[in-house]
Design a protein around this ligand. Structure first.
Ligand SMILES: *Cc1c(COP(=O)(O)O)cnc(C)c1O
Length: 383
């Protein structure tokens, strides 16, 4: 193994999740898998062909750079949709390659119109409506300009979608805010229809929307975190598990992260381990060094705090996590050798390390920890 760790992607887990979530969305709802932020750390290039084989033909990315990566590796006919960043210089690329994108400012609408005219091909656009998140999207008052520009330049636009995004559908304390967003979306889209803007599809639901407000699935759902096997947060999990049965999670983790033991040695009692003085041995200690550190996405906050699996046993990180290495206490393991498998995330024997159990953090940290996994760690596909 040339690299110090690798990431495994489970095809059967992915297939399981996609089938389950498609089932929830219903057969009349298109399933868009969100693959922004390097497919939530899983790796766009490795994941996308597998997702296609699971029968998905719509992908959501954040930026034009991600769209280009997805476009390069896609094998089938599919729609790639940019929900965030695209600069004017790349509008022509998107239009020519039939990559759709969100429009949420008049500037982008004008620029799109000009480019579409110039290359004589309609842009596939999604009109984003501001319904209460206050991030991006058109306010109701701006829409008359949007309608006028589209109506005056019909040949420049193919209105693929009208959409919005919920401001935290995973939390029940936010229930009223989401309900208001749903109502506003209905009102505004009705108004747009009256003015002749009838898109191919309406969409607003992310994972938590699909789980907690199933009526918001509409024509298309944009599903990220749950297709990778993670719940948006614990609350959503508890509310949606089949009969509250915690042993029967319908979602399966797609990603595992593995390394090997690099060295094993003994430390006397009363010695500090790793940089500084954050860990002092209180007994003769057997330590194993693992060639993964914060430079690889294993956070420094896991110093004296995180766990890994070796020989089916949970062992603790001792001392500071370094840039390239960490040290774990393996005193309780009778046998441990160089090259033994180390599981940083995933299963070994009957033990599991979840991303969130990296430490005592809330499940919603899944999003952040996953996307910090560096793209340079090699990915391997397993069944
Ligand atoms: C990230 C994102 C999603 C997916 O959210 P999940 O909670 O991961 O399902 C959907 N829509 C938009 C616009 C997003 O930015």
């Amino acid at each position: 193994m040339k690299h110090t760790s690798y990431i495994e992607l489970s095809k059967s887990a992915l297939n399981n999740n996609i089938n389950y979530l498609k089932g929830l969305a219903g057969k009349d709802t298109r399933f868009s898998m969100v693959i922004k932020a390097n497919a939530y750390g899983h790796g766009i290039e490795d994941l996308l062909p597998m997702v296609e084989e699971c029968g998905v033909d719509h992908f959501t990315v954040f930026s034009v750079a991600e769209a280009m990566r997805a476009h390069r590796v896609k094998q089938k006919q599919c729609e790639i949709m940019i929900v965030g960043w695209i600069d004017d210089d790349h509008l022509a690329w998107a239009i020519e390659n039939e990559v759709s994108f969100y429009i949420f400012t008049l500037e982008r609408l004008h620029a799109t119109c000009q480019v579409a005219q110039k290359i004589n091909k309609p842009a596939k656009v999604h009109i984003e409506i501001e319904t209460g998140m206050h991030r991006t999207g058109f306010y109701k008052e701006d829409l008359k300009d949007v309608v006028r520009i589209i109506e005056d330049n019909r040949s420049c636009f193919e209105v693929k979608g009208v959409c919005t995004h919920f401001a935290g559908a995973e939390e029940m304390v936010n229930h009223d805010r989401i309900k208001k967003q749903i109502q506003r979306f209905k009102d505004i889209t009705n108004g747009l229809e009256k003015q002749g803007i009838i898109p191919e599809c309406y969409h607003c639901a992310c994972s938590a929307g699909l789980f907690n407000f199933p009526e918001t699935a509409l024509d298309l759902v944009r599903v990220g975190i749950s297709s990778y096997g993670f719940w948006p947060n614990t609350e959503t999990k508890m509310l949606n598990l089949n009969d509250g049965d915690q042993t029967n999670d319908p979602l399966q983790r797609v990603l595992s992260w593995k390394s090997v033991v690099m060295s094993v040695k003994y430390v006397d009692e009363n010695e500090y381990v790793s940089y500084g003085r954050s860990y002092l041995t209180n007994h003769p200690t057997k330590i194993a060094t693992i060639p993964v550190g914060y430079g690889y996405g294993f956070s420094r906050t896991l110093s004296n705090n995180g766990y890994v699996l070796i020989r089916g046993t949970r062992v603790r990180v001792v001392g500071a996590v370094n840039m390239n290495m960490m040290v774990v206490d393996v005193t309780d393991l009778e046998e441990v050798n160089v090259n033994d498998e180390v599981v940083l995330i995933g299963k070994q024997g009957d033990q599991t390390i979840t991303v969130s159990s990296f430490s005592d953090m809330n499940n919603s940290m899944n999003y952040e920890l996953l996307t910090r996994l560096p793209g340079h760690i090699p990915r391997r596909i397993v069944s």
